[in-house]
Design a protein around this ligand. Structure first.
Ligand code: PMV
Length: 331
C-alpha cells in the first residue's frame, strides 16, 4: 500500500471542503519501551510495538488553512521555514496527501513550547498536531485510531502523540498498516515525574531513520529485539497497574540500553553518547546505589530523560539542574 492509498482508505468518501482554518494541540512523547526498526519504510510500520508517556503540557499547537495558488507556507515559532529546507519538504510532502485539488496549497503555523535545549524531538508532536488540525479543517471527525495512523505517515513516533498519558502503539501485522496504531492506556500516575537533561546541542551525525535501517540490516543483536520488547511491554503494563516506579524505571532504562546495544552492534556502529552522557548515567547509578529510585531513558541522541517519583524532585533539581521537569498528570 502507498501513503496515498492509506489516506484514501481512511478518508473514504469524506468531504474535502475546508472550514476557514483548523487548529489542534498534540503533546511530545518519550518511549518507555522503544520503537526501533521498521518493517515498512514508506508507511512507517514498526517491527515491534512500543509504549510511551506523553509529556503534556509540552507539545505543538498547530493551525492550518488552505490557500489557492502560490506555494505552501510553514511558519514554526514565528519563523517562516525556507522552502528548500528538509523540514519544509517533509511537511509539504505530507500535505500532498491531503490536497483537495493539486493547486490547493496550505498555510501551516505551528508553535512548540518544548525548550529548545531539552533534547526532545518535537516532530512527533508536530505531525500529530498537523493530522488533528487537518481533521478539524475538513471536519472529518476521525477516530483517534485513524488520526494515529495518519500521524504515523508523518513520523512513526507521531502515532503515539495523538493521545495523552501512557500510550501503546500496536505494531500490527497487516501489510497495509491498518492495524498499526496507538491507543491510550487507562492509567493515571500523578506522582510520576520526567526530567529533561540536555547534554549536547550539536547536530546528530546520523538521523534515526538511517540508524534504524542500518540496525535492522546489520545488527546480530537486533534479532533478539522483538522478544525483548514483548517482555518489556508486559513488565511496564504491570508497573502501571501497581504504580511501581522501580519496575517502570528499571524496565524503561534497560530497554533504552538494549536499543543502544543494537546500535553499537551495527556495522558501521552507531553511537549517540557523549562523554557527558556517561557522566550523567554514572551519577544516576550512584544515586541508585544509595537507595534512590531515579532512572533514565534515552533516544536517538545524547540527551537523558530521567524518571522518578515526585518526592525526589529536589534531589534531581539540585544534582542535575535539568532543563525541564514535567509531571504528565500534574502533581
Ligand atoms: O519516529 P522517529 O522516526 O522519530 O523515531 C523515533 C525513535 C526513538 O525516539 C529512538 C524511539 C521512540 O520510540 O520514540
Amino acid at each position: 500500500m502507498t501513503r496515498e492509498e492509506t489516506v484514501a482508505h481512511i478518508l473514504k468518501a469524506r468531504d474535502h471542503r475546508p472550514q476557514s482554518c483548523g487548529t489542534a494541540f498534540a503533546p511530545v512523547n518519550i518511549a518507555l519501551c522503544k520503537y526501533w526498526g521498521k518493517r515498512d519504510e514508506t508507511l512507517n510500520l514498526p517491527c515491534t510495538s512500543s509504549l510511551s508517556i506523553s509529556l503534556n503540557p509540552l507539545g505543538a499547537d498547530t493551525q492550518v488553512s488552505t490557500k489557492e495558488g502560490g506555494h505552501d507556507e510553514f511558519v514554526l515559532n514565528g519563523v517562516e521555514i525556507p522552502r528548500k529546507s528538509t523540514a519544509f519538504i517533509r511537511v509539504s510532502e505530507y500535505l500532498d496527501l491531503f490536497r483537495p485539488h493539486p493547486d490547493t496549497k496550505f498555510r501551516v503555523k505551528s508553535r512548540t513550547n518544548v525548550p529548545v535545549a531539552a533534547g526532545v524531538a518535537s516532530s512527533a508532536a508536530g505531525f500529530a498536531a498537523l493530522a488533528k488540525a487537518l481533521d478539524n479543517l475538513f471536519n472529518w471527525g476521525l477516530s483517534r485510531r485513524d488520526l494515529s495512523i495518519l500521524a504515523r505517515l508523518g513520523s512513526g513516533s507521531a502515532s503515539r502523540s495523538v493521545s495523552e498519558g501512557f500510550v501503546e502503539w500496536h505494531a500490527g501485522k497487516s501489510a497495509n498498516g491498518m492495524d498499526s496504531y496507538a491507543e491510550r492506556i487507562d492509567c493515571e500516575w500523578p506522582r510520576l515525574a520526567v526530567a529533561l537533561l540536555e547534554i549536547s546541542v550539536e547536530p546528530k551525525h546520523i538521523g534515526s531513520r538511517e540508524a534504524m535501517a542500518r540496525t535492522v540490516r546489520t545488527s546480530q543483536l537486533y534479532k533478539e529485539w522483538p522478544q525483548r520488547v514483548e517482555s518489556d511491554i508486559e513488565k511496564i503494563r504491570e508497573a502501571l497497574r501497581t504504580r511501581d516506579i522501580r519496575q517502570l524505571g528499571a524496565t524503561a532504562e534497560s530497554n533504552a540500553l538494549a536499543m543502544h546495544a543494537t546500535m553499537l552492534d551495527s556495522r558501521p556502529p552507531v553511537l549517540y553518547w557523549r562523554p557527558e552522557t556517561l557522566s550523567a548515567i554514572e551519577k544516576i547509578w550512584e544515586l541508585r546505589r544509595s537507595g534512590r529510585d531515579i532512572y533514565f531513558t534515552m533516544d536517538a541522541g545524547p540527551n537523558i530523560k530521567m524518571l522518578f517519583d515526585w518526592s525526589d524532585f529536589e534531589l534531581v533539581e539540585n544534582q542535575f539542574e535539568p532543563n525541564k521537569v514535567i509531571t504528565p498528570f500534574g502533581v
